[in-house]
Design a protein around this ligand. Sequence first.
Ligand code: WTA
Length: 663
Amino acid sequence: MADTASTAGTELERQLEEMLEIEKFDPPASFVERANLADPAVYEEANADWKGWWMKQARELSWFREPTLDVNESNPPFYRWFEDGKINASYNCLDRHVEAGNGDRVAFHWRGEEGEERELTYSDLLRDVQRFANALKDLGVRKGDIVGIYLPMIPEVIVSMLACARIGAPHNVVFGGFSADAVKERMEFSEAKALITVDGARRKGRTAPIKEQVDVVMDDLETLEHIIVVKHSGDACEMREGRDVWFHEICDAAAPECPPEELDAEHPLYVLYTSGSTAKPKGVLHTTGGYLTGVSATHSYVFDHKPGEDVYWCAADVGWVTGHSYIVYGPLCNGATSVMWEGAPDYPHKGIWWELCERYGVTIFYTAPTAIRACIKWGAEHVEKHDLSRLRLLGTVGEPINPKAWLWYHKVVGGERCPIVDTWWQTETGAIMITPLPGLVSTKPGSATRAFPGVLADVVDEREGNPVEEGQGLLVLKRPWPSMLRTLYKEDDRFVETYFSKFGRTTYLVGDAARRDKDGYFWVIGRIDDVVNVSGHRLSTAEVESAIVSHPKVAESAVIGQSDELTGQAICAFVTLNGDLAGTDELIDEIRDHVGERIGKFARPKRIIWADDLPKTRSGKIMRRLLRDIAEGRALGDVTTLRDAGVMAALEDKIKEEQAQEG
Ligand code: WTA
């Protein structure tokens, strides 16, 4: 990927260029001295007895009944972990810290867009979660019922998730950037009984009328009995008698004490929809004991987290898996003090993240490469204005990081003293799988380095599944791990087919291409399926295509991910219009808005190319590979399998025309 140009010609640019020569960065001695894991033998030990290693991690949690069984492998890929154990996630996140005398510790320094501050201690959270859990029960929500959550980054989202966990009602959180249509679809698929949402969500000084938007689509959903509304923006909204209730009112009316349900380790904790190769999102199902084991162990070892000392900030949104695992469950299990920021990284100003790091004394900071590239574009001065001397560890997640962005992060944000953990994982893996251990592993810019202890990752060839020593292959995980997805909600067959059919039922197919270097380090290259990664947001090309085609003027569409300096990949759509309609700028806006309504603004195509016809094989399959070549200005690959080779020539002309107009 091209590197961002805004440092061009500066002294910083010259220094970064020079640093590109450095192959490896060793953990600083001062860091190693105090690291949570500093004994290199851990890799071998965990490898030799991986079940025992995970059992040891599981024992760090509080169980109502300690498990004696590690993993049940009798019916792969339907693995079961710690299945005779009894546990509750909200108990592990809250009660046990309060019982240990740490109730006054801050769990979240919450900061609102307009500068409001709320400090939530572990005791505060426990109080609020118990009341809301009782309120849910009063509404008739029972163990096993699915509860939808569609909320912005406000404390109530944490309270809602933990209250569901407390009573054993799996949550189904939908990222606030998704449209109401997308929420409805996810509520429908999961047959959610209740939805927790908000009157209005604030974004960069404006308010989006969320409840109003939800009302428009949610009417005909029979399974959805209740909509619980958090009062946040204060904007008036309609409340439908018999269905809608205010969050604060039902909490006030509920009893204060709600003992946690003693749940089986394999009780479902949540469903989280993510994009796959087809238009229908996949409901990734995670259960309780194994998931908590994975997220708490990785949070402690990968971030070297020290409870009571560190101030930790994962600057993701709770609506993605990164938020589930590393804002909510991992950090709270470990008694962390976190920062939670309601808004965007550039509002009210482009240095807000760093202002908050200074204000709360952040020591560990975790974000996505796309955000780092945005910061590079905005300029180092926004970072340098602030005192970041308390930072001691940095992390990235979501997409491959280009070495220049890694070095900028290392130098400008980390002051060249903080190790960077480039963490590879997925919604499906639940927890970090490939990552440096910051006190043990030397890092190389752009590589996620080694598999986490106990995890067996490999790069294999497409055909036979044999290990690839040199060059690119498919990334696979060859052993079960506790935080792995258990299935796709209500779609067991699709689960097996998607992840465990290519190389058999014990090899998990990741869906990414990768290579290994001479030190055995992993370099993840990107998706091999039709999943696009826009600013770290996973989208399926099929999902966007189906949204575009649902526009009345569109006949057909093919969507590809095109490399993009800022967002990693950007959506580029080839669109064929109905009849002899002409493509106009107004129509481009219309189609983009339409996709925004169907999926969410972040899914709107950056580029739309009008196509009279699309390149197809003789069997009618669209050849996206050729579209990618043409969009990125590469020489066309093999076109002999095309039904009509003339289609590509016509498209090439279109693109030349587009460029002539721009240039
Ligand atoms: C990509 C996000 C390279 C990868 C936690 C994966 C990465 C997909 C990295 C999962 C990384 C995530 N280096 N690529 N450090 N981390 N990815 O489910 O393609 O939203 O398959 O989970 O993001 O995205 P998801």
